[in-house]
Design a protein around this ligand. Structure first.
Ligand code: ATP
Ligand code: MG
Length: 646
């Protein structure tokens, strides 16, 4: 990308917070002033949300930057903060997790139940020889034992590495080897799309390539046949029989809590290391601030998988540290029918839902009549994470899920940032559809040009973080050099996130996708996000992915891949109409050279569009790394359509 990024999309709609929410909000505008006046003092205040066994001596040690230490000298136990503390305060009978299996089986787990299971799992892991500092891989379906396993590791100071339960043998063994894990915790299988889907055979094959693994701890979920080796032990034999008493020992604030690999949207995944005190402080605070969580009355549901950072920070550590009651769902959104999510919202009277643009656009594609069949009146707040949310998808979410009343919080963050960084505050911000709005209190995000100078309002460039934050990654596991090269070399003294952004006339931040994806068309830097949003604003379009392909006259030309809404019929007339619609919305420079109507888009397992693969298709290259691709058949469909169109 050269100097700045064009700013083509003009969006003027704005939605102030509902009055009742604003009047009773957990966090008010004063938080911005407090943090601006004394950033470290502000975070020190937030750290007091937690229970520390030993107070810190210093809030931040940045002397060896970019290697940060937060709450230096402090000691705490993460599981104690998520469980024991609530029991001590008389909340043991409160429901922590309403779990719903895909076939419709359910479990209600109180904080006392969860505490007991975590204590037993901690004792069982200790009996298997796991000690503080060891690494444990977790390869699980979305069952409560996944959260129990994470918390048990945290409780005994073992560093967990959760690997998404849909990944292949190679992805799993690569991650086990990278972290030299000692134990894998898994299940026989889980339910996906109406059928039991096996996990154990993948683990068996992976473990055969991983000599560091001493034991495999297996939860029985589906009851399917599994082969057994002398490393294998059943969860129900060793955990259920273990002593339910376990005294949590405090760990240093910088003790490694987990390693988690990024989604692999842009490149080979990186093993991101998070530690204890700063991480828990920021996820607890941001969950309280951004979702306005009222633990006594809210029913919270984050639809992410535990295998992604969203599942770590906003299913396990944020909500549980705040004593939330939440929903955990095992399966897919279309099993046994496409209204499953809304049926769950109705059943459990969910008040806060946190999901991803990919899901919102899928629901748009399926049609408005599906959510309309359910009573969604309990909802009071809607969240989005994972990709830029197109303004039209934002509006659809607010109208069709949020009755046109619920605030939408579009939260920007990354595996690397550990917690939410840029987001509206639901009781403060008059949100604009498609904008993540402002850095949270205590966060110094900025948009800069090539020379690291802040762009003025109306300008676009690189999103950077100027100051360290408590839940920042500490390094890439085992590779400090790559940590420095990847994040701290582009701009002196700043963390560069890899994303492009613009600042609008009011100074609000709009994410514009990855800078690697920015298209250079006849000397103009055009973001994929803006062209995609223009396409999605057409009433026939549910989802769009845009890439720049080499072009002899314009340098790069815009190629768009489009999924139509429910019943819309495609054809040359519609394609022409869509090209003109983009030209009218953004200007002629953004008119796509080619639009392909496709049934699906290539996505990572976490649901993000993999533009780099579409670029490979558009430029007739062989495909790059596809290990985190959700469904490889999609690429064959798209490539054959592409050749047919030439
Ligand atoms: P990799 O780094 O391996 O390519 P990844 O970046 O997709 O994978 P994650 O850490 O899961 O891995 O995703 C973080 C990225 O997701 C951000 O850098 C950004 O591009 C995108 N993102 C997340 N939330 C938002 C949001 N609210 N608006 C815009 N983009 C978002
Ligand atoms: Mg990334």
């Amino acid at each position: 990308m050269s100097e700045t990024l064009e700013n083509l999309l003009q969006e003027t709609r704005q939605f102030p917070p509902p009055e009742a929410l604003a009047a009773n909000a957990n966090v008010t505008a004063a938080a911005y002033d407090e943090a601006a006046a004394d950033r470290l003092g502000f975070w020190e205040q937030q750290a007091k949300r937690l229970s520390w066994a030993k107070p810190w001596d210093e809030v931040l040690d940045w002397s060896n930057s970019p290697f940060a230490k937060w709450f230096v000298g402090g000691e705490l136990n993460v599981a104690y903060n998520c469980l024991d503390r609530h029991l001590a305060e008389g909340r043991g009978d409160k429901v922590a997790i309403h779990w719903e299996g895909e076939p419709g089986d359910t479990r209600t787990i109180t904080y006392a139940d969860l505490h007991k299971s975590v204590c037993q799992a901690s004792n069982a892991l200790t009996n298997l020889g796991v000690q503080a500092g060891d690494r444990v891989a977790i390869y699980m379906p979305m069952i409560p034992e996944a959260a129990v396993a994470m918390l048990a590791c945290a409780r005994i100071g073992a560093t967990h590495s959760v690997v998404f339960g849909g990944f292949s043998v190679d992805a799993l063994s690569g991650r086990i080897q990278d972290a030299s894990a000692k134990v894998v915790i898994t299940a026989d299988g889980g339910y996906r799309r109406g059928n039991p889907s096996a996990l154990k055979p993948t683990v068996d094959e992976a473990v055969a390539q991983c000599p560091t693994i001493e034991h495999v701890l297996v939860v029985r979920r589906t009851g399917q046949e599994v082969s057994w080796t002398d490393k294998d032990v059943w969860w129900h034999e060793v955990v259920d029989a273990a002593d339910p008493h376990h005294e949590a020992q405090p760990f240093d604030s910088e003790h490694p809590l987990f390693i988690l690999y990024t989604s692999g949207t842009t490149a080979k995944p990186k093993g991101i290391l998070h530690t204890t005190g700063g991480y828990l402080t920021q996820v607890s605070y941001t969950h309280h601030a951004v979702f306005d969580l009222k633990p006594d009355t809210d029913v919270y549901w984050c639809t992410a998988d535990i295998g992604w950072v969203t599942g770590h920070s906003y299913i396990v550590y944020g909500p549980l540290s705040n004593g939330a009651t939440q929903i955990m769902y095992e399966g897919t959104p279309d099993t046994p029918h496409k209204g499953r999510f809304w049926e769950l919202v109705e059943k459990y009277k969910v008040t806060i839902i946190y999901t991803a643009p990919t899901l919102i656009r899928t629901m748009m594609k399926w049609g408005d009549d599906i959510p309309a069949k359910f009573d969604l009146s309990s909802l009071r707040l809607l969240g989005s994470v994972g990709e830029p949310i197109n303004p039209e998808a934002w509006i659809w979410y607010r109208q069709n899920i949020g009755r046109g009343e619920c605030p939408v919080v579009d939260t920007w963050w990354q595996t690397e940032t550990g917690g939410i960084m840029i987001s509206p505050l639901p009781g403060v911000t008059a949100a604009k559809p498609g904008s993540a709005m402002s850095p949270l209190p205590g966060i110094s995000a900025d948009v800069v040009d090539d020379t690291a100078t802040s762009v003025p309002n109306g300008g676009g460039g690189y999103l950077v973080l100027r100051e360290p934050w408590p839940s920042m990654l500490r390094t890439i596991w085992g590779d400090d050099e790559r940590f420095i090269d990847t994040y701290w070399s582009r701009f002196e003294g700043m963390y560069f996130a890899g994303d492009g952004a613009k600042r609008d006339a009011d100074g609000h931040i709009w994410l514009l996708g990855r800078v690697d994806d920015v298209m250079l068309v006849s000397g103009h830097n055009i973001s994929t996000t803006e062209v995609e949003s223009a396409l999605v604003s057409h009433p026939s379009v549910a989802e769009a992915a845009v890439v720049g392909a080499t072009d002899p006259t314009t340098g790069q030309a815009i190629v768009a891949f489009v999924i139509l809404r429910g019943t819309v019929e495609g054809g040359d007339g519609l394609v022409k109409d869509l090209r003109n619609h983009v030209a009218k919305t953004l200007g002629p420079i953004a008119k796509p050279r080619q639009i392909m109507l496709v049934p699906e888009l290539p996505k990572t397992r976490s649901g993000k569009i993999m533009r780099r693969l579409l670029r490979d298709v558009a430029e007739n290259r062989s495909l790059g790394d596809v290990t985190t691709l959700q469904d490889s058949a999609v690429m064959d469909l798209i490539s054959s359509g592409m050749q047919g169109s030439k």
